[in-house]
Design a protein around this ligand. Structure first.
Ligand code: TTP
Ligand code: MG
Length: 389
């Protein structure tokens, strides 16, 4: 099933909070920011101030020149933090998969939460309504199959907007947009792209991949994917990890079992090293495969006993992989592993059991070398793989 990701961003956040407290400010050009007399800068501008060319980051003195009737207000950060916390609480009521970005925006993965509302759009309306009712603020919601598309969509429909990009419509939306609208393209990158005669997202999307990687390295490949509406990043809930995961997108889709297994082993090794460094063990192991058509399958299993031993977790993941690959075959673009149901490190008897003692010692030795010399310093036999095919 394709993912359903929301990007939600409050409109003119600092200004809107001020307008809730002082309704006389509504409908007027209002600026929250530093003093125009003291080299302050604009933090937030109401939509009434924007037609004058005022935007965040601009010197307040310039903003005042552009719009002398604008009302300037000093920032009250504790008010914004309070409103932000309430905003995030509302979002968390709709999906547990929430990734806040700063104070006034967040990604939500709502893939499994849409059904009771009928459609993603209806769910987005419900979220907007609650924000409006409880905080008296407006939010704009972008809906897409990945983060980058959702984020661009919310920016395009501001203020108080709702824009859904259906699966398959990504390129049509992105192609005509100026390259600066692509997340990850800052002023410097924009300048270099301009020198390469690339001014729209569509032009970047249709460029051969090596042209862009030669110029920008690995970041170029990421931007090229974004420009094509491809973004495999998960919505990551911060805080104490409830799960640890790693995933890998291949440069070419593959069906080669050995290649997949070898990569899975490397991912398991990384996840288990992280587990051990947090003194945790995992009870639940899941693998995820994303196919060439972006459909995603997850399979998971619960261990009888929690483990942090790479060999134990890899063997389990390997069995899940074999089961999944027995199904009708479609080339695979991404493989991932996630371990969850984490428990703390009360050393159990089984750690000293002769069956697991050896792998645990091996893991310790490998962790030491990898911590010192980096993740590629040592690769065990399972992780050495042939060329993808
Ligand atoms: P934004 O979401 O970028 O801006 P906004 O909410 O004011 O307006 P929009 O409707 O376009 O989303 O940033 C959120 C808040 O972060 C903003 O209200 C003030 C603060 N901020 C700064 O302090 N400095 C800045 O340069 C920016 C961009 C934002
Ligand atoms: Mg905002």
């Amino acid at each position: 099933m394709a993912r359903c990701i929301f990007h939600i961003d409050l409109d003119a956040f600092f200004v809107s909070v001020e307008q809730v407290l002082n309704p006389e400010l509504k409908g007027k050009p209002v600026i929250v920011g530093g003093d125009p007399e003291r080299r302050g800068v604009v933090a937030s501008a109401s939509y009434e101030a924007r037609p004058f060319g005022i935007h965040a980051g601009m010197p307040s003195s310039k903003a005042r020149r552009l719009c002398p009737q604008a009302i300037f207000i000093q920032a009250h950060f504790s008010l914004y933090r309070e409103a932000s916390a309430k905003f995030m609480d509302i979002l968390a009521d709709f999906s547990p998969d929430i990734e806040p970005l700063g104070l006034d925006e967040a990604y939500l993965d709502v893939t499994g939460c849409v059904e009771p509302y009928g459609s993603p759009r209806q769910l987005a309306r419900a979220i907007k309504e609650r924000i409006n009712k409880e905080l008296k603020l407006t939010a704009s919601v972008g809906i897409g199959t990945c983060k980058v598309v959702a984020k661009i969509a919310s920016a395009l429909c501001k203020p108080d907007g709702l824009l859904e990009i259906a699966p398959g419509e990504e390129r049509a939306l992105l192609n005509p947009l100026p390259i600066a609208k692509l997340p990850g393209v800052g002023e410097k990158t924009e300048q270099v792209l301009k020198e390469m005669r690339i001014t729209t997202i569509g032009e970047l999307a249709s460029l051969p991949l090596d042209t862009i990687t030669k110029r920008f390295g690995a970041m170029g490949a990421v931007l090229h994917n974004y420009a094509n509406g491809i973004d495999d990043r998960e919505v990551e809930t911060p805080g104490e990890a409830k799960s640890i995961s790693q995933q890998l997108t291949f440069t070419r889709d593959t069906l080669n079992h050995n290649f997949l297994e070898a990569n899975l082993h490397n991912l398991c090794q990384e996840v288990c090293q992280e587990l051990r460094s947090q003194n945790k063990r995992a009870k639940c192991i899941a693998i995820r495969l994303r196919y060439t058509d972006f459909k995603t399958t997850t399979r998971q299993v619960t261990l009888q006993e929690a483990s942090d031993v790479t060999q134990v977790i890899f063997t389990t993941a390997q069995q899940l992989l074999s089961k999944t690959l027995a199904e009708p075959k479609k080339p695979i673009r991404l493989i991932g592993i996630r371990v969850s149901s984490l428990v703390g490190e009360e050393k159990q008897l089984s750690m000293f059991d002769s069956r697991t003692r050896k792998p645990a010692h091996l893991d310790k030795a490998i962790d030491k070398i990898r911590n010192k010399y980096g993740p590629t310093a040592i690769i065990t036999g399972n992780g050495i793989f042939p060329e993808s095919s």
